[in-house]
Design a protein around this ligand. Structure first.
Ligand SMILES: Cc1cc2nc3c(=O)[nH]c(=O)nc-3n(C[C@H](O)[C@H](O)[C@H](O)COP(=O)(O)OP(=O)(O)OC[C@H]3O[C@@H](n4cnc5c(N)ncnc54)[C@H](O)[C@@H]3O)c2cc1C
Length: 416
């Protein structure tokens, strides 16, 4: 009997997994449920790095996705008068250096859309059984031996051989399968609140990203690259109750909480906060990592941010998603209908790269968020020194290509 598989969440890893699973066995019945009424294409720039790029190449999607790369030329560190004091260039994809801009920077929405459309194209080509259902989520999970009974938000019920949690950092599927306590305990806050949104671009904003530190442990970024809008990223490393509470409230309340937290932050904060009121792609969260002792429970498995969110401070979120989807599909393809054996193999193979991707490089995060003007002065000068050092020690990607190696799974029937 072909496996009946439910994937919860059509973000980055949901469609990627659907495509990889179907490539290994077109007879799988694959349903992807997405809580939003349509594909959620919001979000700012995300990085694609080494092993993630390898997965895309194997899927035959690298060139298509690469065509969406934004042209960001580097990062300027601004002084109190908003003049650049230090500059970091573009980091090659095989490296994890002290740079914001990596070789392959792509808008999250473009990655999500390309993966989704490619999965539908493949489904048509293989005459497969992949279906997306929008505006729907899961309400209950009950495991019965080697099957999972799922109750959906529309009242429907269905039985699956495998349920994949691909529903992001705050995964409901993780909570239902592992319990509220284990799920909550897995969230390791980095103590930072972040908001991302787009505003109209103004004259003179070039291809460089810019960052400005403000007292009160606040940091503001703009990223304009070659796009017609300016991306704004606000970060604050402080315990602000209003921000913590706001994430469970409507977006308008989140905007109000960030407007209050960044009032009088200097530079162009008045412009950012004024435009934030009317932006339509606002996304905010408490920055953290997800660290689960196990990646599966029975026949429910965690994928991407739901299982091992590394946080935007690593730049490895999308790469972790793609690697996780590839390893999970590979484990299922090699173990055929032995789901538990496949999930164990997934956990064993994925654990080392997951830990590697979650490693926070560079200085302790606290050092990047000084609270006083003096601390900011020290930070800017340290950044200047590091930027000079990086320019002197620049290495080629080949010299840096190291770390975990992607396994080969012939059973996935991929192009490369
Ligand atoms: C709207 C949005 C904007 C983002 N913006 C940025 C950004 O600017 N910078 C950055 O670094 N990272 C951003 N991220 C996070 C980034 O996409 C992930 O860190 C990373 O790519 C991992 O992808 P994922 O597929 O595991 O999870 P996600 O990309 O978060 O996708 C999860 C998907 O599951 C859906 N979902 C959630 N709960 C349920 C549920 N109960 N039932 C069904 N579906 C559900 C979500 O709507 C979403 O489509 C954003 C995520 C989202 C959802």
């Amino acid at each position: 009997m072909p496996l009946n598989i439910l994937i919860v969440g059509a973000g980055v890893c949901g469609p990627a997994l659907a495509m990889l699973l179907q490539s290994s066995d077109p007879s799988y019945n694959i349903t992807v449920v997405e809580r939003s009424a349509s594909l959620r294409t919001a979000g700012q720039q995300i990085d694609l790095k080494s092993q993630g790029i390898e997965v895309l190449k194997k899927m035959g999607l690298f060139d298509t996705i690469k065509a969406h790369c934004v042209e960001e030329t580097g990062l300027e560190i601004l002084d109190p008068k908003a003049k650049p004091i230090a500059f970091f260039g573009v980091s090659p994809s095989g490296e994890r250096r002290m740079a914001l801009t990596s070789e392959y920077e792509i808008m999250r929405g473009d990655v999500v859309m390309e993966l989704y459309e490619a999965s539908l194209r493949q489904n048509a080509k293989l005459n497969g059984k992949l279906a997306y259902e929008f505006g729907k989520t899961i309400e209950e999970l009950a495991q019965d031996g080697d099957e999972v009974d799922v109750t959906f938000s529309d009242g429907g019920k269905c039985r699956y051989d495998l349920v994949v949690a691909a529903d992001g950092q705050a995964s409901r599927t993780r909570r239902l399968a592992f319990g509220q306590d284990a799920s909550d305990a897995a969230f390791k806050s980095l103590g930072i609140h972040a908001a991302y949104f787009s505003i109209p671009r103004i004259e003179g904003e070039g291809g460089n990203a810019k960052t400005y530190s403000a007292p009160g442990s606040r940091m503001m970024f703009t990223r304009t690259s070659n796009r017609p809008v300016t991306q704004v990223l606000l970060f604050i490393m402080k315990d602000v109750e209003e921000l913590s509470k706001s994430y469970k409230q409507p977006v308008e309340k989140q905007k109000e909480a960030f407007a209050e937290a960044f009032r009088d932050a200097g530079w162009q904060s008045d412009r950012f906060l004024s435009e934030m009121k009317t932006c339509d792609d606002f996304y905010a969260h408490e920055v953290g990592q997800i660290k689960m002792g196990r990646l599966y429970n029975g026949c429910v498995v965690l994928l991407g941010d739901a299982g091992y969110c590394p946080s935007p401070f690593t730049g490895m979120g999308a790469t972790g998603c793609l690697v996780g989807a590839y390893v999970l599909a590979g484990a299922l393809a090699t173990h055929k209908n032995d789901i538990v054996g496949a999930l164990k193999a997934y956990e064993d193979v994925a654990r080392p790269p997951v830990e590697e991707f979650q490693t926070l490089r560079g200085p302790p995060l606290g050092a990047l968020f000084p609270s006083s003007q003096l601390g900011i002065w020290v930070l800017r000068n340290a950044m200047w020194a590091v930027s000079k050092l990086e320019q002197m020690t620049h290495r080629s990607p080949a010299q840096n290509a190291q770390g975990w190696k992607l396994p080969e799974y012939a059973e996935l029937n991929l192009q490369a």
